[in-house]
Every structure is written in structure tokens, then in C-alpha cells.
Design a protein around this ligand. Sequence first.
Ligand code: ADP
Length: 597
Amino acid sequence: AKRERGEALSPEDKRPINKKTMAQLAGIFRFVWPYKIPFAIGLLCLAFSTGTILAFPFMAGKLLDIANGKPVPYFTTIGQVALALVAILALQALFSFTRVYTFSLVSEKSLADVRKTVYQKIIWLPMRFFDSRRVGELMSRITSDVSTLNDLLSFTLAEMMRQLLTLIFGTVLILFLTPSLAVFMLLTFPVLVLLVLVFGKYIRKLSKQTQDKLAETNVIVEESLQSISVVKAFTNELFEIGRYVRSMNDVVATAIRTARYRGMFISFAIFTMLGGIVAVAWYGAMQVQSGNITVGELFTFVLYTTFIGASIAGLGDIYAQMQRAIGASERLLEILDEKDESSSQSASEAIKLHGEIEFQNVWFSYPTRLDYTVLKGLDFRIEPGEKVALVGQSGSGKSTIISLLMRFYAVEKGTVRVDGTPVDQFNLSAYRKNIGIVPQEVILFGGTIEENIAYGKPGASLEEVKEAARKANALEFIESFPEKFKTVVGDRGVKLSGGQRQRVAIARAILKDPAILILDEATSSLDAHAEVLVQEALEKLMEGRTSIIIAHRLSTIKKVDRIFVIKEGTLAEVGSHTELTKLNNGIYNNLLKLQLQ
Ligand code: ADP
């Protein structure tokens, strides 16, 4: 339900670790499966390197025993033991290297696969999905959620195995080697475990709060930067800065509170751990004195206890990281489970439509606003090659008509037909290839002008692109740039003027060569010269195509075959400019009067 309302999910949602959530985590492991061999090698190396680390205290103890003149099996001199220790270290280094390398390799490769799959999924999702999601939220699926999983695969998982192995085998070893000391020490464990549980819970709660607050500051940055021109136009820089500073101070306050608990936790933990060791050392020293154990055995034992203590402390952290990873994988799988449009867009034979459009009793409301009916029984028919202008107040439903024609949404009731066939019966890609759009706000992609024009027909030759640019009255300005068609535009390149951008969009549409053309007139007017160039190009583009113009200016409307006046989702008036101006008190007449004022 939270998703339906379009609220961003906190990236720090904590998930309980149980059968169900573990199954979700396992769902992500299907991406690791292709790399199972290096993964298995990594696991083996991990076990071996943990093993060599565990051998270390044992050998170090032998070193002391030889120094104290105690007989030691297999070794006679300190030098031999030292050499064995070096050999153990070298093995450990080799295993660690292989482990880190293979785990990183597996996680980088499999998570790149996750990113590719999720991106592919998102791009194929239907329009209504994007109505209820914020771009920033989707971005964080691909970036931060996948990063969390990266931590899991390349680090957390290995750490968890290492800590568990150290804990289990370390305990078994001390129980086996020096049972009396081991039992004594195990008594301090419950204190440590209790500490981890109690403090861990508080700290996790607080760090979630910190994360939430941080997410809030990010929203402020995203919002203000996305509409930076609005911020500046209203000279609200100081207001935005104030918002951000307040929000950031909140983050710091929460983070400091967290730090207090974290500090207490760490100091208590160290105190308990070292206190346990002191107690064991005291008890052990007495055992050595009474000759029950050797100095070497005591030393070995103390080293093992520190290892075991550290692994218990480490497991607490790992638990929290596992929870985060479960949250991340749940959100990723959720997106992967959405129904996308790729199957209805799979490669199919091209369709060549003539461009007859018919709306039959079309009713529609947006999936995010089902209680509000936008189109109410719309009925009309547009002949192939006809030019129609949609006029009406903003919010009357003009863009919605276009969205339904584009099949961005499915109609609720009634039928949209093109060339007599209900549109939902066509292959979606093949169908959309027959519709060209020159939008109100032309969006250029970062890249060259050539690439931007060729967006209308991927793979078009430079010759085709040039020809389209010529027809779109764009050749002249493009060739005036030093790099001509290779000029980089967009964020990191040349900024094109409104009129130039429109002509690039017209060239795109010319390349696409669609049967149906949609023009969403720019509301902001161009200077007279640019206006003439754009109008000329548009007229060339419309020739021989069914054209629907969302009209804002009188000049265009006069030339179309028919005008549809849309009012509150219904067709209020239909006719040519002359016909409609003859209607007394007609809506069209009133709109005209408003514009003339
Ligand atoms: P026009 O193009 O005539 O200005 P629209 O077709 O854009 O009007 O909008 C018609 C109605 O539908 C408006 O009330 C608008 O708020 C609503 N609307 C438009 N797009 C969406 C959407 N994606 N989700 C929910 N409501 C929408």
C-alpha cells in the first residue's frame, strides 16, 4: 500500500531475519549462480584462511613451551617453530588474497548483472508504473540497493563465515586443549551476548533514524536542483538553504545521539572482553603455578579467547548488515516481479498504418486517481491525412487523449481504433513506430546532434540525418557550429535555443516517417524569424500524415481541417475555424477572445 501511494521506501527498512526473508535473499543468489565456481573457490579459501589463523595461537604457544624447556612434538628449536609460523602466515596471505579476489569478482559481475536486469526491467515497465514512483526512488534501487548487496557478497558474507568458523572451531579447540580454562571463560560469554543484543537494538534504531533524516535532506537537494530555475526565479535560495541546513542539523543531532550509544557499547564491550581475559589470566596463572598447564598453553588459550571474543562482537554488526541486505533484495525482487511490456514489444513484423483514428465512447481515469474521471465518453473519428487541432483549457484532457493513442495507458471503457483495429491488438513496438511526436519541451540526450536526430531511427546514416535536418530547416544552424553534426549538445555541450531544439525534434520525426503525427505546441513563443522556420518545417512534416496538434496559438489552428474543442473530458465543439467562429457564445469563440486579450 505504501508503494501505491508513491511514497519512497526508506532504504534502511529493517527486515527480520527468518525463513521468508532468507528466501528473498536467496532470490538474489540466482544472479550469483552463473559464477558458482569462483564463488566456491572463494568459500574454500575462506575456510582455509580461517584455519590457518586458528593454527597461529597453537604454534605461538609451542614457541613459549620450547623456550621454557618443555618438550614439544615434531619441533626441537625455536627457529623451527618460527619458520612454521612464517609458513602459516604465507599460506594465510595466499588464501586471503584468493578469497578477496574471487569474492569481489563474483560480486562485481553478478551485481552488474542485477543492475542490467533491473534497469532493463524498469525501462520496459508501463507508463502507469512511473506515475506512482519518483525518479530518485528508482535510481536508488539501481544504485544504493545494489551497493548494499555488493557489500553483502564481497564482504559481509565472507565475514560472517569467518566469524562463525572462528567462533565454533576456536571454542572446540580451547575445550579440547585446556578444558578447565575454557569452561571458566565461557561463563563470561553470556554477559557479552546480552550486551550485543541490548545495545545492538538501540544502535540499530538510532542509525535507522539517522538514515531516514539523511534521506530527507537528499529529497531537499533533489527537489531544489531539479527545479533550480524556479528556486532562482522566486529568489528562494536562502529559503532552500535554510531548509537544507535545518534538515542537516537534524541529521547531525541524531548521529551524535547514536555515537553516544555506540561509544558506550564499544567501551562496555571492550571492558567485558578484557575483564574476562584478565579473569582468565588470573585463574590461568594459578593453574600454571600449580603445574596443571604450561605457559605456552595459557598463551595459546588467551589468544584464542581474543579471537573468539572479536568474532562474537563482529557477528552483531553482520546481523545488521544482513537485515539491510534483505531489505534491499526485497525491493529489487519487487521491481523484478512487476509485469512489464517487453513481451508485447518483442520483435515482430513492422506494421504500416494509414492513420485513421477512431475513439469510440472512451472513458478513462488515471490508475493513480481512479476516483477522478478524465475522459467521459469521447467519440470521434479522424481520417487518414487529416489535420486536427485539440483545444481546450488546461486540464481538459488533451494530453490524456494523446497518451491513450500512444497506448501509455489502457482505456477503461470503450475502444481506441487505428485503421479500424483496436489498438491493444497490435504489437506495441510495431504500433508505436507509426506515431511520431514533437513534444512541447524537447528533451535532448547528451550526445551529438547527429545522435539526437538519429534517435528517430536508430542506425540511420549521416546522409539520412542530414536530409532530415534540411527538411526540418535545421541544416543551416547545425552547419554553423564548428563541429557541425558532431556537436555535442545537452548538459555537457552546446545549449540549443528553443526554436533549434524544436527543429531537431522535427528532424527526428521526419526520420521516423510516421503515419500519425502528434504536435504538442510549445507554449512559450519564439521570435518571429524562428517561428517562421519552425512553422515551415512543421508544415512539411505534417504533409500526408494524420496530424493531431495540441494547439495553444491561433496561427496554427486556422490552417487545420477541423478543431476539436475539449471540455472536461468531452468533445464540446467540432468544426473548422470558420465554422466554430460562427457559433454564438461558443466555447471556441470565448477561448479566442481570451487569447486576443
Ligand atoms: P490538458 O492536456 O488538456 O491540459 P491533461 O490531459 O494533461 O489535460 O489532464 C487532464 C486531467 O488529468 C487533469 O485533471 C490532470 O490533473 C489529470 N492528469 C494528467 N496526467 C495525470 C497522471 N499521470 N496521473 C493522474 N492524473 C493526471
